[in-house]
Design a protein around this ligand. Structure first.
Ligand SMILES: NC(=O)c1ccc[n+]([C@@H]2O[C@H](COP(=O)([O-])OP(=O)(O)OC[C@H]3O[C@@H](n4cnc5c(N)ncnc54)[C@H](O)[C@@H]3O)[C@@H](O)[C@H]2O)c1
Ligand SMILES: O=c1ccn([C@@H]2O[C@H](COP(=O)(O)OP(=O)(O)O[C@H]3O[C@H](CO)[C@@H](O)[C@H](O)[C@H]3O)[C@@H](O)[C@H]2O)c(=O)[nH]1
Length: 436
């Protein structure tokens, strides 16, 4: 099958590489020439373990091509998979401008029947709109079918998730198009949900919103645990052993970030409000997440005020929104740094994906320093904050850091360490919902 994937970001590149490895003829098309050039050289434009190796294997196989000629790519594909971004607008709505451009390009280039699969996360009603819009612009609905095909991969495990999906959702009104996509995805051996456009779109938003709800729920419980001296990690373990609850997404911390949960919760709130529904739960999920960084930063500043003179030097361990990715979008670590800047003389950042200030949101801020070793980061620091649980931070010998730091204070924003180990190491340890 000839497949064109529009958009070579996290989702598009992963989809294109995996489909090519399944012996399809794949064109990955992006307007960003820099990305296309990198991919042509066999270099991933982002960090994603395992995918880099598979890209190298596919490089030169003749199965996978990268281009910035979107029109030609559309003409060549029998199946067009759209994976362009759908970021948040200031009012929380999803910004559909990239999808609109792709729709116009398809309308201007379509030459024969195509299945158009929308993998981008788009609000309820978008696939129906796209189908009607294309029919009007092309002058016929005979040349295409639109199928909603939401994506559920996680950054950091994108390849594994794509090869082992827990479900494949296809929504639409054409059994012909759904059958073609089912044939493509059949080797992945997941259960299929075949449904209409609106249900498929809502499955995606409801899934992300529910996972975000679990996180904000446990984060609110963590605040209670703090007050009563309970241990939220044991509470989560005790809850998670009940299979009706499940153990995943109950890790308390400084909140969820990334390119999906924050924007998708906001977009679902917006959709609900437009429909006259009062999205009480979703608004609470957002509010807890928004205030979680501030809540734990206040705990740290209380300790700092009692121990260290202002302005402080703070070490920030991890800037990405989670480990094993270089994605900083909506990272709680960035909120932490923003809130700390005015109180600090220096903020030192250590993250395995960052080598220079231009890779941070503060390229010209003199107070921001990017470090390359743990010793350099912690040297004469008034406190450290662990924002991202990168594996290498698990190997830090905190006992050895005590003489290096000006004040051996650590806010563990991901409950990555054991309180008793930290106490034994001589660290003034602040965790999330754990006695320390
Ligand atoms: N990142 C994830 O983990 C993830 C997982 C599931 C779903 N999603 C959803 O998938 C979509 C894409 O997410 P992403 O993280 O891959 O985005 P991204 O920002 O990494 O990539 C989007 C790409 O689309 C390209 N693009 C924009 N307009 C284009 C056009 N007219 N023609 C060709 N290319 C164009 C951009 O240059 C960019 O490279 C979003 O809707 C997102 O919500 C993302
Ligand atoms: O128990 C938990 C689990 C996660 N997080 C945080 O939640 C955020 C998101 O994590 P994760 O879901 O692992 O990463 P994403 O790559 O954003 O993936 C989510 O968003 C994607 C885009 O829609 C979906 O496809 C995935 O199914 C969905 O898990 C990160 O900041 C994590 O630190 C917690 O705080 N506690």
């Amino acid at each position: 099958m000839k497949i064109t994937v529009i958009g070579s970001g996290y989702v598009g590149t992963t989809t294109a590489i995996v489909l090519a490895s399944m012996h399809h003829q794949v064109i990955s098309a992006d307007v960003d020439r820099g990305k296309v050039e990198k991919l042509r050289r066999g270099v991933l434009p982002f960090v994603e373990s395992g995918l880099d190796k598979l890209l190298c294997e596919m490089h030169g196989s003749g199965q996978l091509e990268f281009t910035s000629n979107i029109e030609a790519a559309i003409r060549d594909g029998q199946v067009i998979i759209i994976t362009v971004g759908t970021p948040s607008l200031p009012d929380g709505r999803a910004d559909l401008r990239y999808l609109q451009t792709v729709a116009d390009t398809i309308a201007g280039s379509i030459n024969e029947y195509k299945v158009i699969a929308v993998k981008s996360t788009v609000p309820v009603g978008t696939n129906r709109w796209l189908s009607e819009y294309l029919a009007e612009k092309i002058g016929t609905a005979e040349l295409f079918d639109v199928v909603s095909n939401p994506e559920f991969l996680r950054e950091g495990s994108a390849l594994y998730d794509t090869l082992h999906p827990e479900r494949t959702v296809l929504g639409g009104n054409s059994s012909r198009a759904m059958a073609i996509l089912q044939e493509i995805y059949k080797p992945l051996d997941s259960g299929f949900i075949l449904t209409d456009w609106e249900t498929a779109e809502l499955i995606k938003y409801a899934s992300n919103a529910f996972l975000a709800t679990k996180i904000s729920f446990i984060n609110e419980v963590a605040r209670t645990a703090d007050q009563v001296g309970a241990d939220v990690t044991t509470v989560a373990r005790g809850m998670g052993m009940d299979t009706r609850i499940g153990s995943q997404f109950l890790k308390a911390g400084i909140g969820y970030g990334g390119s999906c949960f924050p924007k998708d919760v906001k977009a679902l709130i917006h959709t609900a409000k437009e429909l006259g529904i009062d999205p009480k739960i979703l608004e609470a999920v957002e509010a807890v997440n928004r205030t979680q960084t501030e809540y734990y930063l206040n705990k740290l500043t209380d300790v700092l005020l009692a121990n260290a003179k202002k302005p402080w030097t703070i070490a920030v361990l991890g800037l990405t929104f989670k480990p094993d990715t270089d994605d900083q979008r909506e990272s709680p670590a960035i909120r932490m740094v923003e809130q700390l800047l005015e109180h600090c003389i220096e903020i030192r950042i250590l993250d395995p994906t960052i080598q220079m200030p231009t890779q941070t949101p503060w390229p010209d801020e003199p107070k921001i320093a990017v470090c390359s070793t743990i010793e350099e980061t912690l040297s004469a620091a008034d406190a450290a904050i662990l924002c991202t649980e990168w594996e290498q931070f698990g190997k830090i010998n905190w006992k050895e850091t005590v003489p290096i730091m000006r004040h051996p204070i650590l806010l563990d924003g991901r409950n990555y360490y054991e309180p008793e180990h930290m106490k034994a190491a001589g660290i003034h340890y602040i965790a999330v919902g754990r006695r320390s």
